[in-house]
Design a protein around this ligand. Structure first.
Ligand code: ATP
Ligand code: FE
Length: 354
């Protein structure tokens, strides 16, 4: 099966062609970011994002088809992100996909963006169900047990902010450019994590839930205390703040992953595997810590290549193929959903009541 995928839920306009058979191949994956458009505002401006998607998606699709060397006659379907995300952007993609589907007669499949991230280890490594997934991105942070391409059990997650958001906010508070994650990671590598103490939120409580808003506040307070004491931030202060912040982030994700793995292993999977996805999974310190936990617990660890961790349309095309195989078809009534929890049809949680 060969699918065109279209993604426009946040600040990346993307199109890709994926062929799945015995072997899954990404024939093309075009991603056009909008970082420069939003740079002056310190965050993604929904209205600007929606307009940029509307202007650019056509060209992304054309390029993806060209780079893949396919025409619409070679395709079996069109998959598009139908949510969750910024509604204007999602609408741009959904409208385009509906138009293409109507014009070519190709089946249309609406895909959950989070399912795209969560199924990525199947796209990259052909991973079998059930596996544990940590989806950690700009807008989300959750542990999911993936039992099937549409069967996800959420066993924990953030009760407030997402880690990516906290990285971005940290960068903003320290005067580093957006997106903050890579910047904070680079500075952290040059700093001393022990210089400033940061809290490890919710580690003292059982379960896999997490909280990151306190970390953000702690960074703001510590920064202001340094500025008050010294009249400003030195380069070393900035690096030490990044290092301390990242170390707290790593400690929380590491310990909560250990707990999520323990819950997952209770179901005695034959080939246990833990995969990360989402933009924050690009962080080397976080990846290394999670890999160590997996080694200790004899679980296979998978982390997709960076370009497939962040938003892309190859994961959408692939998730579309998996949904199509389960018999799903959408039509002109497909709507864009700003909110769309991944586990809304999930069966009872394992380990609940403990
Ligand atoms: P969602 O998928 O939840 O809708 P999103 O699509 O905006 O959110 P992604 O594109 O998956 O999120 O990830 C972007 C986020 O990843 C940003 O917050 C960015 O700062 C963060 N990020 C990217 N690289 C790194 C890194 N090396 N370290 C930490 N965070 C990173
Ligand atoms: Fe995403």
């Amino acid at each position: 099966l060969t699918f065109l995928g279209i993604e426009s839920s946040c600040d990346d306009s993307a199109a890709a062609v994926v062929r799945a058979g015995n072997r899954t191949e990404i024939l093309s994956s075009v991603v056009e970011g909008q970082v420069s458009l939003h740079a002056a505002y310190g965050g993604v401006v929904p209205e600007i994002a929606a307009r940029a998607h509307a202007e650019r998606l056509d060209a992304c699709v054309e390029r993806a088809m060209e780079e893949a060397g396919v025409s619409f006659a070679d395709l079996d379907g069109i998959a598009v992100t139908a949510g969750p995300g910024l509604i204007g952007g999602v609408l741009s993609g959904v409208m385009l996909a509906k138009g293409l589907s109507a014009g070519t007669g190709l089946p249309l499949v609406g895909v959950n963006h989070l399912a795209g991230h969560a199924l990525t280890p199947r796209l990259t490594d052909g991973l079998d169900f059930p596996y544990l997934m940590l989806l950690v991105s700009g807008g989300h942070c959750q542990f999911l047990i993936a039992d099937g391409s549409e069967m996800f059990r959420r066993i924990g997650g953030t009760i407030d902010d997402a880690p990516g958001e906290a990285f971005d906010k940290t960068a903003k508070l320290l005067g580093l450019p957006q997106p903050g994650g890579p910047m904070v990671e680079a500075e952290a590598a040059l700093g001393d994590a022990k210089c400033f103490a940061f809290p490890r939120p919710l580690l003292d409580r059982p379960g896999c839930d997490m909280s990151f808003s306190g970390l953000k506040t702690a960074l703001l307070r510590t920064r202001d205390a340094v500025i008050t004491a010294k009249g400003g931030l030195t380069l070393a202060d900035r690096r030490n703040l990044c290092a301390g912040f990242q170390a707290a982030m790593v400690a929380v994700l590491e310990e909560k992953s250990r707990r999520a793995l323990t819950l997952y292993l209770e179901s005695a999977p034959t080939a246990p595997a833990f995969a990360v996805a989402g933009g924050v999974a690009a962080n080397t310190a976080i990846r290394a810590a999670l890999e160590t936990v997996c080694d200790q617990m004899s679980v296979r660890f998978l982390a997709p290549p960076l370009r497939l961790c962040t938003d892309n349309a190859a994961m959408i095309a692939f998730a579309g193929i998996e949904r199509f195989r389960l018999g799903h078809r959408d039509d002109a009534t497909l709507s864009a959903r700003p909110r769309w929890p991944l586990d809304q049809t999930a069966p009872a949680m394992i380990g609940s009541g403990k």
